[in-house]
Design a protein around this ligand. Structure first.
Ligand SMILES: *[C@@H]1O[C@H](CO)[C@@H](O)[C@H](O)[C@H]1NC(C)=O
Length: 326
């Protein structure tokens, strides 16, 4: 596929003047925008510092509404090293947030930290945002012989509710922020794989909803709401599985897809397995609540399932990364 991945070191801030937000500082922001496919992946590495004395347990990230409406997947991980540290890096829960004094036109998401960030401490977060339909064809109409360009608009400002103190490396005054690039229109296979990718990302978002409904359950004890959340997620997952069928049939029948096919099939199979395990875990937890089992008891019952889920999720993300890099 493509190669246009560029790195921006960002230096400007959009400061939101809300006193409700904590006084965290972003001391480093590195944003990589991958425009090699129809699916736009923005990875932001944020170094977050807490110079204040109050321990902080969440970090907010913000997106303009026009971007947020295309947000297919958002995940945050603690920035570990490579190898072992990387695979053990836990995905942190991300929820929609409505901080007090939230400006119009912005959507906020709250990343829950596993460990509070205390005074003088810092941590580095990798935030991956995946957008579907974020590319506009450019120009909109072309003849067959022409190369279709995609236009992606993004600003050099890093939008954050926190103060950003970033030192610019020397000589980096000119920063390219939007770049038309070629997308070969004839490559239907590529397009199909990207659609599969995008569907899997939507599945991952639904998985996260399931997890979030369990967190809600442990907070509120509302079994009915939790069951309703599972029903909704289940219906949406079934819809997505229907959407996958014609795409997979097309890929299976296309000689041009033969090399990629095993990976794509593996991706779909892993998602299915993950989905099944999540549903099993969900039922077991809800069941435990209905039977008024103790929290420890429920945890023990789903511990093995939980381990497998974490491993599968990692495998799935690795395959997605692999496919995205082709
Ligand atoms: C969890 O609870 C919050 C409010 O308490 C609600 O907005 C959200 O939709 C719930 N999530 C799920 C998946 O049920």
């Amino acid at each position: 596929m493509g190669f246009l991945q560029f790195s921006l070191l960002l230096f400007t801030v959009a400061l939101l003047t809300s006193t409700a937000l904590s006084d965290l500082i972003l001391s480093k922001v590195d944003r990589r925008i991958d425009l090699t496919s129809q699916i736009v992946r923005i990875t932001s590495t944020l170094k977050v510092e807490n110079p204040d004395s109050n321990p902080v347990s969440e970090v907010l990230v913000a997106f303009p509404e026009r971007q947020a409406k295309n947000l297919a997947y958002l995940t945050a991980t603690l920035h570990g090293g490579k190898g072992k540290a990387k695979t053990s890096a836990a995905t942190l829960p991300v929820e929609v947030a409505n901080p007090e004094g939230k400006p119009q036109g912005l959507n906020f998401y709250s990343v829950s930290l596993q460990k509070e960030l205390v005074k003088g401490d810092s941590l580095t977060l990798d935030v991956l945002a995946v957008f579907s339909q974020a590319l506009q064809p450019f120009p909109e109409k072309i003849t067959q012989a022409e190369v279709q360009l995609g236009l992606f608009q993004e600003s050099a400002h890093y939008l954050s509710p926190y103060v950003v103190k970033v030192v610019l490396p020397e000589g980096s005054r000119d920063i390219a922020v939007s770049s038309p690039f070629p997308v070969k229109q004839s490559e239907e296979v590529q397009a199909a794989v990207q659609q599969v990718d995008s569907i899997i990302y939507r599945c991952l978002t639904l998985h996260e909803k399931l997890e979030s409904s369990l967190r809600n359950l442990s907070r509120t004890g509302d079994v009915q709401a939790c069951k309703a959340a599972r029903k909704t997620a289940d219906a949406s997952l079934k819809e997505l599985s229907k959407e996958l069928k014609p795409l997979m049939a097309f890929l299976q029948s296309s000689p041009a897809a033969s090399q990629l096919l095993p990976k794509v099939e593996e991706l779909v199979a892993k998602e299915r397995e993950l989905q099944e395990r999540l549903m099993t875990k969900h039922s077991a937890v809800v069941d435990g609540y209905e039977k008024k089992s103790g929290g420890r008891d429920i945890e023990n019952r789903v511990a093995a399932q939980q381990q497998k889920i974490a491993a599968l999720r990692q495998e799935l993300e690795d395959i997605l990364e692999f496919i995205d890099e082709i």
